[in-house]
Design a protein around this ligand. Sequence first.
Ligand code: C2E
Ligand code: MG
Ligand code: MG
Length: 653
Amino acid sequence: MHFLGMLAFSLSMPMGYDPTITFLSLLIAICSSAFALWIVCRERLPWSRLGVGAVIMGLGVAAMHYTGMAAMRMEPGIRYVPSLFVLSIVIAITASGAALWMTFRLRQRADVTKRLRAGAAVLMGGAIAGMHYTGMAAARFPKGSVCMAANTGLSSRWMPAMVIIFSLAVLSIALLTSMLDFRAALLKSALKSAHEELRFLAMHDSLTKLPNRSLLEDRLDQEIANAKRSEKPFFVLFVDLDGFKSINDAFGHQIGDGLLVEAAKRLRSTVRARDTVARIGGDEFVLLVDARESADAATLADKLLTAIGMPYVIHGHACQVSASVGIAVYSREIEREALMKQADAAMYHAKALGRNAYCFYEASMNEDAQAQLQLFHDLRAAIGREELVLYYQPKFDAQSGIMLGVEALIRWKHPVRGLLSPAEFIPLAERIGLIIQIGQWTVREACRQLSAWRASGYTGWTVAVNLSAIQFNHLGLSELVKHSLESNHLDPGYLVLEITESTAMRDPETSLKILHSLREIGVKISIDDFGTGYSSLLYLKKLPAGELKIDRGFLHDLSPGSEDAAIISAIIALGRTLNLEIVAEGVETEVQQSLLTRLGCTSLQGFRLGRPMPPDELIYAFTHGSFFQDLPTPDPHHVPKLVAQVHGRDEPQ
Ligand code: C2E
Ligand code: MG
Ligand code: MG
């Protein structure tokens, strides 16, 4: 600006500029600009610093101007009018102060408009030009002055070209830098949002968008720190969905995922915004809740159970689940891990209570966990020590009361804890992978026992063996069955394999293949616990099964005209259409027995007719007729068959 201004200025004599002094004025300009930029790029700009900055920069600008003037090397020297000279310096300082302040403010504010920037530029340009022309107005050139730099220095002819080249160079460098700066800013913001997204992903569950285990652990640590400081308790609620697996198996993962997302929403909307709801795996959620006392936590758990239990419609499929909730309260000196374990143990207790329930942690639950561990070690040894035994429960023809066969039910004669039922160790065996070995033993032992009975003359009975889902899907199953039958010289028709409805429906296509391979061997297939899973009628029709066993849950409140009676009638009608035998298990009362017979069940099984018992007791009860003591007198024309059976009939029923 200064040198352009100097071009507009002309004296009636040849003019030029001393290169050294010109360069010095340029150096002063650069230094004061650098100083100005440094000042406005600081974090803060207090008034004192602004004042000092304005004076230094203003003096710098004035020094640049008057040095530029000195580059003309006038002889005699230029004289300046003192008042205008001082005014020009005051203008320079004021303009510098305003410029510094505005630049600093513009840098700090995000909402600077283009107009504001342009205004600031005009103000600053005006102030600098004002300083220049005031300075020029102050200059007096005495008569007869000569410009000593006219011949040796930069001539006014070259000046425009120099100024243009220099200005263009400065402008292009500025443009380039600001473009690079802009690109860098773009890149930085893209990086920042990518980083934020990554952070979110690392801390949240991708399906439900809830915090995941690692974020939960963070929050739990925070809560514990808070609770230590404020002495206010908080609660950890461990929520596990009941029956989620069977829905996932029956309807597929898409529906399962949809259900989880919906359940997560319901949990989230039941608690307050500041409480944490995290998903830590499959169908497991953990809530951190500020509640004053246990009663509040219990009320909340109740609300959660109600919310989760409402019917769902996922992609057009109606389904329903319940939840089991374990509650642990923070107490002094407890670590994060221990607190989680307590909530987890309490949740298992809630499940054991019959699901759709909540349970507070109690110290005795830890002992249960210890006991589980002990059981785990014992079970490994149990097979070798021959502690596993099979009990047999008789199964009867509903109409005639003829005994058709037995169901083998496993028991564990635990050296310390006594006789254990399958519910106490089969799930454990499944978890630790022992189920295959146990299952193999069961099939072999049941076949061996049946063969022994046949050798003693009880030839009409079938034996049913329960298969766990893992065993059912195990590749060696067909071989095992074939081998067990052959080595005991048994006709395959005497062996029934029971799989539960949910096992059969877990992966229907694969199940069909396995079942067909078993049917080819000639064994009979029975669908156990029918009515508790989610059967697709389409697959049920294709299943090569011989019988359905109605789950004993339907028998509890069975009475004529009850809802359960209606369900059983429907299952029987279904079974007839599909040509299946219908077995009712869990028959305990006379009312149940007669109603089930009337409704059309083909066979019956239950404590009323015969409990599961060791093989020799079974034979004793059978030969002494003690199964039947409570049964109504059998229909006379069935009696000969009953007698015939004791002496051996070769047809399997
Ligand atoms: P399940 O196959 O449905 O067996 C019927 C269960 O009902 C048996 O329980 C039996 O004792 C019980 N029960 C029979 N009649 C009555 C009655 O009138 N009232 C009541 N309340 N209960 C009755 P258990 O022996 O405890 O077996 C439970 C489950 O364990 C079985 O259910 C079966 O799924 C499984 N299981 C049993 N043995 C084996 C086995 O060798 N291998 C496998 N994988 N699972 C087995
Ligand atoms: Mg069974
Ligand atoms: Mg059953």
